[in-house]
Ligand binder design. Structure first.
Ligand SMILES: NC(=O)c1ccc[n+]([C@@H]2O[C@H](COP(=O)([O-])OP(=O)(O)OC[C@H]3O[C@@H](n4cnc5c(N)ncnc54)[C@H](OP(=O)(O)O)[C@@H]3O)[C@@H](O)[C@H]2O)c1
Length: 369
């Protein structure tokens, strides 16, 4: 296998290093905007040098972002090259274009590292759906949020202080919005739901609430009631389709999610035969993530393409009614007060997220039954 590698950052460099030690695959060209020189590959600055190189059969995309990653990946598929990517935003956003295109061109397309970094989550979902119906996917899919929530819970610190600490340690970006506003988790649960349920979830129907507004006093309220706050994604098969959403969620102390420390992930599927199966580990990092990219390359060598057939577009139905912790200007009925917050019962996920949009200073968390 001859590989054209796009991007030489955290993931790209790891992929290069791991493949250098193998004799079944070789990175022959690396697209990198900086001047670098590599012992075993040619560094190029123009993607066309990879696209028009007929000896390259597989492109690894590790640049991130939507553009020009999308244009490059699309062109590579159209040119008959296999694609492996770690880019969840790309796969999630262009799922209904890239998947059918790869299938019609007869090339392999894989993206295991896009969800859970080094955790073999998507590849195990693929194996799982061969022998059972999966009814639910989701869990803790973002290490940055878990780091912040875990430190707030264990140390009683404020959100801003923990965020600064996370940025210093490299666990959070200078602009943390993609993580703390739940967008990263949103991409991951949509992609996981697409694969688990064999559909293309209409992204505009999947609501997301992040952790930006959580305060130390909220965490005190949760502790007083034996609860721990986590950013949890949910994808559920329903009678007519599926329900998919991302939101802060209060779980009981002693539940597996409550114990997930630092920047770790815990992702779970529930199947009718296996029942609950959870995957725990480092959801990011150079070598764990590159490991899963190389696993995909081996799968491509063995002729394995995408995890599930492309499925039709469906709207998520989030009419499920839940109990909520709400700190903000809630005018509706309440069941009880917890300090300066209230507990609200029987409000649907759709309605609560709509309220939150109008009350952007509020903090809301679902209370898991
Ligand atoms: N890091 C992780 O642990 C992890 C885990 C799972 C998934 N991922 C995903 O993997 C992808 C890559 O992440 P990363 O952490 O490796 O990012 P990164 O360290 O920022 O690396 C991306 C590299 O691509 C380069 N690049 C961007 N646009 C380019 C272009 N047009 N032409 C050539 N090179 C270009 C960047 O160069 P400049 O720096 O010069 O812009 C940078 O060197 C992302 O989609 C991310 O979500 C990362």
């Amino acid at each position: 296998m001859k590989i054209g590698l796009l991007g030489f950052g955290v993931v790209g460099r790891g992929v290069y290093e791991i493949t250098c030690a193998r004799d079944d695959m070789q990175v022959t060209k690396v697209l990198c905007l900086e001047d670098i020189s590599l012992p075993d590959a040619e560094a190029v600055k123009d993607f066309k040098e990879i696209l028009n190189d007929d000896s390259i059969d597989t492109v690894v995309e590790a640049m991130g972002g939507l553009h020009p990653a999308y244009e490059f990946v699309r062109a590579a598929i159209e040119a008959g090259k296999n694609v492996v990517t770690s880019n969840k935003a790309l796969v999630c956003t262009f799922y209904d274009e890239l998947l059918p295109l790869a299938q019609s061109k007869g090339v392999k397309f894989r993206s295991t590292a896009a969800v859970g970094g080094g955790i073999g989550w998507l590849s195990e979902l693929e194996r799982s759906r061969r022998v059972q119906t999966i009814s639910q996917v989701g869990g803790i899919m973002n290490g940055t949020c878990n780091y912040i929530l875990d430190n707030m819970t264990r140390m009683g610190l404020n959100y801003d202080d923990v965020l600064k600490q996370a940025q210093k340690l490299g666990y959070a970006e200078a602009n943390p919005s993609t993580d703390v506003d739940g967008i990263d988790t949103w991409h991951k649960v949509i992609l996981s739901s697409n694969i688990a349920f064999g559909v293309t979830v209409d992204k505009s129907t999947v609501p997301v609430a992040g952790i930006r507004n959580i305060q130390a006093q909220d965490v005190e309220n949760f502790k007083a009631h034996g609860l721990v706050c986590k950013l949890i994604s949910t994808g559920k098969r329903t009678e007519n389709g599926c329900s998919v959403y991302v939101q802060p969620t209060l779980v009981k102390e002693g539940e597996p999610e409550a114990a997930v420390p630092m920047n770790y992930n815990l992702i779970t599927f529930i199947g009718d035969t296996s029942e609950r199966m959870s995957f725990y580990g480092q959801g990011a990092g150079r070598y764990p993530t590159a490991y899963n990219v190389v696993q995909d390359l081996v799968d491509v060598l063995e002729g394995k393409g995408f995890y599930a057939p492309y499925g039709e577009k469906v709207a998520a139905d989030n009419s499920e009614k839940l109990t909520w912790y709400v700190r903000g200007n809630w005018q509706g009925e309440t069941a009880e007060s917890w300090g300066n917050a209230v507990i609200v019962k029987d409000v649907s996920v759709t309605d609560m997220h709509a309220w939150l949009k109008e009350n952007s200073e509020a903090f809301v968390a679902a209370i898991r039954a």
